[in-house]
Design a protein around this ligand. Sequence first.
Ligand SMILES: [Zn+2]
Length: 411
Amino acid sequence: MHELVGALRSYAWGSRTALAQLCGREVPSPHPEAELWFGAHPADPAKVLADGAGRSLLELLEAEPNRELGTVASAFGGRLPFLLKILAAEEPLSLQAHPSADQARYGFERENHTRVPLDSPMRNYRDDSHKPELVVALDRFEALAGFRDPLRTVDLLNSLAVPELVQYTELLAAQPDSGGLRTLFTTWITLPQAMLATLLPKVLDGCVRYLKQVDPLESPRQAKEFAAEARTTLELAEAYPGDAGVLAALLLNRLTLEPGQGLFLAAGSLHAYLRGMGVEIMANSDNVLRGGLTPKHVDVPELLRVLDFEPLRTPIIDPEPVDENSFRYPTPAAEFALRRFELTEDAAAVDIPRVGPGIMLVTAGTVVLSQAGNELPIAAGSAAWISATDTDIRARALGGPAQLFCACVGE
Ligand SMILES: [Zn+2]
């Protein structure tokens, strides 16, 4: 059991306050801080603190795979199969989806074969793994995820009252299923620039009109049915003017996660995180197919190949209480499992079953971890690496309530 220091990633969409505040640093931070990585990803491994010195977790696992990872080493090729992050978005992230395991293996091989360099920005597949991901909100977390029920989308498009949208709305109304969604999404995302330049401003005008119009049957305090959707469309258009992704985003569920709620994204599920802070866990992969809303490489044909157009009705995962202190987030992923512990001040230490090999991340307060007579205090924004040989871990809050996430390999 050792303290683990995360690797801070600065991207333009990050926040200058959220991560700094959580870690107890000065606000605002000098750079936008987007992600804090806790894992053994070769691009940015976390540091293990032992005997006053820091060592990369990746190096430690490569040097002692059997001691550190136990049976996980043979099951996942000597690697830690997940990456744990704290993510803080101030601006929307790109519209994206991740491939299935088969698609990733095939795509990686194909790009190797055509000799696209591994570090090329044109590369879609940087490894041969799928990338299921789960995010758990730490504050209100806004996202677009999965295709909305097509009939609700027809209602939304009708509400905007844009004559130029009618042909598309009719198309979806005539085929309100995954086939209709595929046709409409494909049409919009590949719309010739000249047509997009005419259609998009009309849609934005429709959003503005919709938000302004007063419905006599609605109480003024009652939010309009599609207010969040219309506002998001305007925000995306401001951040990415003329981007076909703004239209495509109209087809997705507009979600607000309350703190503690989770969102699981299976292979092929189209999504874009909009705003908020969360704990994210994913299979240790970099395979992202983007459809827009980004200055990065966009590959629409490849995205269309992996997308799942089945409407997603319940993408939000409510935490399942395990006992009075802890919650689980069941997902089908074999690479990871995530639990959340809410520790109250001055309460007795609680047992943390089945951790190693894994990572315990503190997101509020200070937690004292104990194991075999050793005590390790961990402050918010830091974590602990728990090896396969570290058993009987206990945790208690120090000096106030604390929140702890426990990440381990799935069952
Ligand atoms: Zn993603």
